[in-house]
Ligand binder design. Structure first.
Ligand code: ZN
Length: 238
């Protein structure tokens, strides 16, 4: 058996544990992002409802000013009508007062509609704010639970990282570097047992000369020519 093989197998096992711990942490981060997204969505609804309510209020205020102006004009026309002595001019003023009355009625109708819309919009803001508060209240427990699980997962991850680094320290630098380069950032499995004269990673035949090295040293650190896997000889008890 190659003298460094047990430590190398151990390092690969510890790297696998570390990768699982990192995945568990990532899952918890995704869970937290889901909670944040629910709050953000409720907050967006409050913002939108608030904008619509402010818009309705502005239109209602604008309409109020028009109604007031129209009322003042009507008062002036009526006052002039009372003073007017000429029947011809009085008839014209009467027609103006009639027209003004219908315009005022329409303006008042519009104002009423906008007042109702404002009330509806303001109720929608209150509902959206309640919705946001409800989601935040609902999440208190879930967030506390998530924080506890994240702390646990982080501790497990840190411990796995320490264990992995300690295992790596036991290997000669050249073997460690070779292993880490083959493993790559995605954490591929690089160490495979050789089954007879075949690479178990890619199932291609190992050339005869390399089978000799494998038998002699117990490990093919150069790796399989096809897939790069580091191959090792499994010693079968005689
Ligand atoms: Zn291979």
């Amino acid at each position: 058996m190659h003298p460094d093989l047990p430590n190398l197998i151990d390092l690969q096992a510890k790297d696998r544990t570390l990768a699982e711990a990192a995945l568990a942490l990532a899952d918890l981060e995704a869970e937290a992002a889901g909670l944040d997204a629910a709050v953000a969505s409720a907050r967006t609804q409050v913002t939108q409802a608030t904008r619509l309510a402010a818009d309705a209020l502005a239109r209602r205020t604008e309409r109020e000013a028009k109604v007031e102006a129209q009322r003042a004009n009507q008062e002036k026309r009526r006052a002039r009508l009372e003073q007017e002595r000429s029947p011809r001019v009085a008839a014209q003023l009467m027609a103006d007062v009639e027209l003004g009355r219908s315009i005022l009625a329409q303006e008042e109708g519009d104002w009423l509609r906008l007042a109702e819309e404002t009330t509806t919009r303001e109720a929608a803001v209150a509902a959206a704010e309640q919705g946001l508060a409800a989601i935040e209240a609902e999440q208190v427990e879930a967030r506390a639970d998530l924080a506890a699980r994240t702390a646990g997962a982080q501790a497990a991850h840190d411990a796995a990282l320490d264990a992995r680094d300690a295992a790596a320290e036991l290997l000669p630098r050249a073997i460690r570097q070779r292993y880490e380069r083959l493993r790559g950032p995605k954490g591929k499995t690089v160490l495979y047992p050789a089954s007879g004269t075949t690479c178990t990673a890619c199932h291609t035949a190992i050339p005869t000369s390399r089978v000799g090295v494998l038998r002699g040293e117990g490990m093919l650190l150069d790796g399989c020519e096809m897939c790069g896997a580091i191959l090792y000889l499994v010693e079968t008890p005689a």
